[in-house]
Design a protein around this ligand. Structure first.
Ligand SMILES: N#C/C(=C\c1ccncc1)C(=O)NCc1ccccc1
Length: 255
């Protein structure tokens, strides 16, 4: 009995250490001194009241919950040590809005963050449901928190849906893709069940992650749109949606 107890406590301790190191890993990688200075400045401006935990962690960015002045915030921090900044190249260097930036990591990541703010603004004014963009400062993007009581809305990927509910969600996503294209002159360019949140109250979709979104002037805009179309049809096929890629494309590009 005594031996088993000892192992349990040792395991618990090891697990606790591992968890802390994970949390620390996220924090130490992301909260480098320049990023901390930006967060400090934003809290001095009264934009951030208190930082919360990580909502999403990835190789190119991390999203944290934060308390703002009157409302909850999501703070997206692009890693400066980001290994994918070369990939960012393909989207940003051919975007007519960003032709004049120097081709170095810092400038690309700062431009990318500004681009996400701009794309969210354009999407919002086009009538697409996205987090309300608030401010971009270097590699830090502050937006409205999409969730309740510190709990973010679930990803479409993790939202159980009946076939009839899925049809409504699909139609709303198609409407948003159409508005993005016709009103915002944008293609999401990374649309999938991983970048759509579902508001549990009314099952309306929320488009997130628009750093890579491009205007229709981008030479690869139609190719990115086609990829978004295939992603959406692949996911909704399981609910009996039978639209062909060309049919969905024409719905999106319709006058
Ligand atoms: N923006 C955003 C996101 C969520 C969010 C939730 C609630 N309110 C606003 C945004 C998000 O997870 N994006 C995907 C992502 C980003 C970084 C690393 C991994 C995955």
């Amino acid at each position: 009995e005594e031996k088993v107890k000892r192992i349990d406590s040792a395991t618990d301790k090891a697990r606790a250490r591992e968890k802390d190191s994970d949390r620390l890993k996220v924090e130490e990688n992301v909260f480098d001194v320049p990023t901390l200075k930006i967060l400090y400045t934003l809290s001095n401006k009264g934009i951030i009241k208190a930082m919360g935990g990580a909502i999403s962690t990835g190789k190119e960015a991390n999203v944290f919950y934060a308390e703002g002045d009157e409302k909850e915030l999501a703070i997206k921090i692009y890693r400066m040590a980001s290994s994918t900044f070369k990939a960012m190249d393909a989207y940003i260097m051919k975007d007519p809005r960003f032709t004049n930036i120097r081709n170095n990591r810092r400038d690309i990541i700062f431009a990318w963050t500004r681009k996400e703010l701009q794309n969210l603004k354009r999407s919002k004014s086009a009538g697409v449901r996205v987090p309300e963009p608030i401010v971009a400062e270097k590699n830090v993007l502050i937006m409205e928190f999409m969730g309740e009581e510190k709990k973010p809305y679930p990803l479409l990927k993790n939202t159980p849906l009946e076939d009839d509910e899925a049809k409504l969600v699909y139609n709303k996503i198609v409407e948003y893709m159409h508005l993005l294209y016709k009103e915002a002159n944008l293609v999401h360019a990374d649309l999938s069940e991983y970048n759509i949140l579902i508001d549990p109250a009314d099952k309306t979709p929320v488009f997130i992650d628009m750093g890579q979104s491009v205007t229709l002037e981008h030479p690869n805009a139609r190719e990115f749109l086609y990829r978004d179309v295939l992603n959406v049809l692949r996911f909704f096929g399981r609910y009996g949606i039978t639209d062909k890629p060309e049919e969905l494309l024409s719905k999106i590009q319709a006058e």
